[in-house]
Design a protein around this ligand. Structure first.
Ligand code: IMO
Ligand code: MG
Length: 402
């Protein structure tokens, strides 16, 4: 049994991972981001205010060791804005990280425009291009900024083929160097060392399982792996992650395009969006809103092989007089509970709902009883997991461990 814990999203992102990582990080020595880049928007609310982290782990306010694994794509401009919140000596970024440069942001917009009505609705943070151009072996890594041999010509030439050029990349590189100086190192080795000395590491997932590049609702996904199995791959070490906590909101949201089986199409979606302030933490876009979807959630739980689930935003559900959960999909007149079977037809499925006793008006100060207890047990029974944490507000105190 190692001392590692992974916190991953079981939906389409924005499950409340940031708040939960901040809350749980007190029991850990180090917190690491392992996937994605500044497309993430993880919000932490403390008595001092509201903070959104795009790159630094959400434990940044807790004086923990903060790690960024090689599988993250790094936008130094975004990092620059977050660094003043932390002590520099607490941060270690892997020098193998792929950089996101101004080229990738332009290319993200270019590809989205090219896709027309098939646009993904990306965060335009250059994430897809960074992973793609890395796979072409053209992208600069963080370490390349400090190498006298680094030659950017092929990288710039590639983008020229799309009519994309950036003035003064030298200046950009100078700035990036200034931001990263003193922060780079071997995160893979550091993680091994921490593990060997019995220290505890929390791995913070970004995005959600259904946005995984390979296992999600392709092509309406992000460009990295988002499930816990990516942690060893991102680090390049055969690390055991034996405790995985999957996070789900008690309803669903999705930002950007793509199939969303349980999307609510009437005024209730506006009501939930306002109650839950469902606006993107990275882009400010209004999130699409739907009911909890146990079909896709079971699939995500199987991928992550997690035995524990955290449920967030229960305070919002307690303001609704109705409570529905999707238990199956109907396709061409037949029903399935298997997300994989539905994957090629996800845009056409019709959700089959179970109506539950609403948790309307629930007083969270009275512990976990009554309708809330029933809801928790229902989820545990349907998904064969333990619901180990409930969150009913943004603040740290609005959390119950079960
Ligand atoms: P956190 O970590 C919600 C979505 C985008 C778009 C798709 C691809 O806060 O949960 P990308 O910019 O990654 O190429 O966009 O993925 N997306 C997210 N949605 N939460 C996120 O992160 C997301 N990161 C990307 O909206 O649909
Ligand atoms: Mg978010």
């Amino acid at each position: 049994m190692s001392n590692n814990l992974a916190v991953v999203g079981l939906q389409w992102g924005d499950e409340g991972k940031g708040k939960i990582v901040d809350y749980l990080s007190n029991g850990f020595d180090a917190v690491a981001r392992f996937n994605g880049g500044s497309n993430a928007g993880h919000t932490v609310v403390t008595e001092n205010g509201r903070y959104t982290f795009h790159l630094l782990p959400s434990a940044a306010l807790n004086d923990k060791e903060l790690l960024i694994a090689p599988g993250v794509v790094l936008d130094t401009e975004v990092l620059k804005d977050e660094l003043p919140l932390v002590k520099k000596e607490k941060v270690l970024i892997d020098s193998k990280c792929t950089l996101v440069t101004p080229f990738e942001k332009e290319f993200d917009a270019y590809i989205e425009k090219m896709r027309g009505s098939m646009a993904i609705g990306t965060t335009k943070r250059g994430i897809g291009p960074a992973y793609a151009v890395r796979a072409l072996r053209l992208s600069p890594r963080a370490m390349d900024l400090f190498s006298s041999n680094y030659d950017m010509r092929s990288f710039a030439e590639f983008y020229r083929a799309f009519g994309i050029s950036i003035d003064d990349m030298e200046k950009w590189m100078d700035n990036a160097r200034k931001i990263l100086v003193g922060l780079l190192g071997d995160v893979s080795e550091r993680v091994l060392d921490l593990n060997e000395s019995g220290k505890r590491i929390l791995f913070e997932g970004s995005q959600g399982s259904l946005l995984d590049i390979l296992y999600g609702s392709y092509p309406f996904v992000t460009s990295s792996h988002t499930t816990a199995n990516y942690i060893p791959a991102s680090l390049g070490i055969n690390l055991a992650i034996d405790r995985v906590l999957g996070v789900a909101k008690c309803y669903s949201t999705r930002v950007g395009s793509g199939p969303f089986p349980t999307e609510i199409k009437d005024m209730l979606s506006d009501q939930i969006r306002e109650l839950g302030q469902e606006y993107g933490a990275t882009t400010g876009r209004a999130r699409r809103v739907g009911w909890l979807d146990l079909v896709s959630m079971r699939y995500a739980i199987r991928l992550n092989n997690n035995k524990e689930v955290a449920i967030s935003k229960l305070d919002i559900l307690s303001k609704l007089k109705e409570l529905k959960v999707c238990i199956a999909y109907r396709i061409d007149g037949s029903e399935t509970e298997n997300f994989f079977d539905a994957l090629p037809r996800l845009a056409d499925v019709e959700p089959v709902y179970d109506s539950l006793d609403p948790i309307y008006g629930y007083d969270f100060n009275s512990g976990v009883a009554g309708t809330l207890r029933k809801f928790v047990e229902y989820i545990e029974d349907r998904l064969k997991v333990k619901v180990s944490l409930l969150s009913y507000g943004a603040g740290r105190s609005k959390t119950v461990e079960l």
